[in-house]
Write a protein that binds this ligand. Structure first.
Ligand SMILES: [Cu+2]
Length: 201
C-alpha cells in the first residue's frame, strides 16, 4: 500500500502544475501574437491632414449608400481605408470608412482587397480582421480565424501627438458570402466594434 503524499510532495506537484499551465498559456499567447501580432512602437504613422484625406471617398470606384449604411467597392483592386475610433462615432468601439460608421462593406468576388488601417484612438489598441463568424462576439475574440488568407491587419498602438499609426494588408476575396470585419482586442467586438463585409459576384 502506498503511503500518503507528504505536504512537500503535494506542494511541489501544485507548483509544477502551475508552471505547466503557465507555459501552456504562454504558448497560446505566442501563437496569438504570431497571427494577430503587434507592430510595436516603430509602426508607420500619418498626420492630421493625411488622415483627413482618408475620410473623403474617391469620385470613381466607390458607391456610398448613406440610407443603407453601405459602401460598394468596384473593380479587381480595391483599397479600403478603415479608421478605428473615427471622427463622429458615438462609441470608441467603432470603425469608420469614409463618412460612415461600421458600414456594410461590399466587394466583388476575386477582388484584391487592401485594408489600410489607421488607429485614431489615443488610448486603446485596435486591429481589424475579416472573419466568417457572425455576432454576437465573445469577450475573447482574438482566436477567431480570418475568413481569407491575410484578411487582417495586426494590432496598432494608440495615436499620440497627432500621429496616427497606420498599416496595410491585402488579401483576395476569393469567394462570395457574408463575412464580418471585427476588432479582436478583448471586449471590443463584443461592445459593437464590427461591421458586415459582403463579397458578391
Ligand atoms: Cu478595438
Amino acid at each position: 500500500m502506498r503511503g500518503k503524499r507528504s505536504p512537500k510532495t503535494l506542494a511541489a506537484g501544485i507548483i509544477l502544475a502551475a508552471i505547466g499551465f503557465g507555459m501552456l498559456i504562454y504558448a497560446f499567447g505566442t501563437i496569438g501574437q504570431f497571427r494577430y501580432g503587434y507592430y510595436g512602437n516603430n509602426v508607420a504613422t500619418i498626420n492630421d491632414s493625411e488622415l483627413e484625406k482618408l475620410y473623403i471617398a474617391p469620385k470613381t470606384g466607390v458607391k456610398i449608400d448613406k440610407a443603407d449604411n453601405s459602401i460598394e467597392f468596384y473593380g479587381k483592386d480595391v483599397r479600403i481605408p478603415v479608421i478605428a475610433s473615427p471622427e463622429g462615432a458615438k462609441s470608441m468601439y467603432s470603425f469608420g470608412v469614409y463618412s460612415l460608421i461600421n458600414p456594410t462593406i461590399i466587394v466583388h468576388e476575386n477582388a484584391k482587397v487592401t485594408i489600410q488601417f489607421v488607429n485614431k484612438d489615443d488610448d486603446m489598441y485596435h486591429n481589424v480582421a475579416i472573419v466568417r463568424d457572425a455576432p454576437p462576439y465573445p469577450y475573447m475574440s482574438m482566436m477567431i480565424a480570418p475568413a481569407f488568407e491575410d484578411s487582417f491587419v495586426w494590432m496598432l498602438p494608440e495615436s499620440s501627438n497627432g500621429k496616427f499609426p497606420v498599416a496595410s494588408n491585402s488579401f483576395i476575396a476569393s469567394h462570395t458570402g457574408i463575412f464580418y470585419y471585427i476588432c479582436q482586442v478583448p471586449g471590443h467586438a463584443s461592445e459593437g466594434m464590427y461591421g458586415k463585409f459582403v463579397v458578391i459576384k
